[in-house]
Design a protein around this ligand. Structure first.
Ligand SMILES: [Zn+2]
Length: 385
């Protein structure tokens, strides 16, 4: 008789324990994912947190960056089929690659002012809005817009670009509509990791910033960069700086780039994605005075453009893993595993522009693609060894 009473009681206790555990885990997961100031939220949650016996949770994502989206006239002419502009085929061969990271940023070098402002190539660029559609289609999550071409179409170009990007929901940073817009940090939340994106340029090709409208484009200035990094640090787990700097066609960064990178790292920038030289410059870890390490890639090169030879047609995607450890003692962030994926821009007499993985570029007419791939990997990782 005694046995009959005990068995149902044990069963009820076991069921209660299981239910309580499930509820606890769900609460922890939703608390973790829901933390956001909702500046922007991102689309997919590819990964879920893991819970180990020490009651420590970890979140891990991969962030990636590609270089200049520089749409010369021959590139947009190639994208025109007689009625509309379609850039998606140009990125089709690298779509799988670009979908690897959880978050991807690109430097939108040429202005996306659209047809109404009149399309143009070098030296003052204005590209079709549809370029942005192809970036979104390929997996780009945010674009930096502070570079030496930001003022190529003046304030009108910036407004037209911003309104189109807002319309299709592609976050952008670096050029702004007004002071309030500039103050609004661009923070993307991926799997509970909040990442602030900042963007600055050395200049605007001699085109003066209109009086009283400094907000139009972020120019490199140590004081304002420092202030913004500190502000971002309070609201986000990770601060990413896209920066337009350096000397064109130089494959090794200047002392100025190195000095500025060290300054930004010490002020709190965690990842620095450089661009402007149109060729690739190496990756490096910077050890900061407070014991952190900042990842920098000095130049991501051209991702798509009509420039060729002397490494100008070779670009790529850099990625780095970010791990957030959550425990009762507090949270910490860890950066690891920098990887570079070289790409190549191919065309046939200015038609059929395609970005392809460099290791496959032999099939698209590049001689010695294997050797080139090895050479580029050695160049990019020379300071990581
Ligand atoms: Zn540039």
């Amino acid at each position: 008789m005694k046995k009959k009473v005990i068995m149902p009681s044990i069963l009820i206790i076991i069921v209660c324990i299981v239910l309580a555990s499930v509820i606890l885990i769900q609460q922890q997961q939703s608390a973790n994912n829901g933390k956001s100031d909702n500046v922007y939220s991102t689309k997919n949650h590819k990964q879920r947190p893991s819970l180990n016996v020490n009651r420590q949770m970890t979140e891990k994502i991969t962030i990636g960056a590609i270089g200049d989206i520089l749409i010369h006239d021959v590139v947009y002419q190639d994208a025109f089929n007689g009625t509309k502009y379609t850039f998606e085929p140009m990125l089709e061969n690298v779509k799988t690659l670009l979908e690897k990271p959880d978050l991807l940023t690109a430097n939108q070098e040429s202005m996306l002012g659209g047809l109404e402002l009149g399309l143009s190539g070098y030296p003052t660029f204005n590209s079709p809005h549809e370029v942005a559609d192809a970036l979104v289609h390929a997996g780009v999550d945010i674009v930096s817009t502070a570079n030496n071409h930001t003022l190529d179409k003046g304030e009108k170009g910036i407004k037209s670009e911003a309104s189109y990007l807002d319309h299709i929901g592609l976050p952008h940073v670096g050029s702004f509509l007004n002071g309030k817009d500039r103050q609004q940090l661009r923070i993307l939340n991926k799997n509970g990791i909040k990442i602030a994106f900042l963007s600055y340029t050395y200049g605007t090709n001699g085109i003066p910033v209109p009086n009283g409208k400094d907000f139009l484009v972020n120019l490199i200035d140590r004081e304002s960069m420092k202030d913004e990094i500190h502000r971002a640090k309070k609201e986000a787990d990770v601060v990413v700086m896209s920066i337009h700097w350096g000397i064109e066609y130089q494959r090794i960064p200047t002392t100025e780039q190195k000095d500025l990178a060290s300054f930004l790292a010490n002020e709190g920038a965690d990842i620095i994605f450089g661009s402007h030289p149109h060729v690739l410059q190496p990756m490096e870890w910077i050890n900061t005075a407070d014991g952190r390490k900042t990842f920098v890639i000095y130049s991501l090169g051209n991702f798509i453009s009509a420039q060729y030879n002397d490494y100008k047609d070779i670009g790529g995607m850099a990625t780095i893993d970010i791990t957030k450890h959550l425990s009762e003692k507090g949270n910490s962030i860890e950066f690891s595993n920098p990887v570079f994926y070289p790409t190549y821009v191919t065309n046939h007499k200015y038609h059929q522009f395609r970005v392809v993985p460099l290791e496959n570029a032999g099939a698209f007419g590049l001689k010695n693609a294997d050797a080139k791939y090895k050479e580029i990997q050695a160049h990019m990782t020379q300071w990581l060894r």
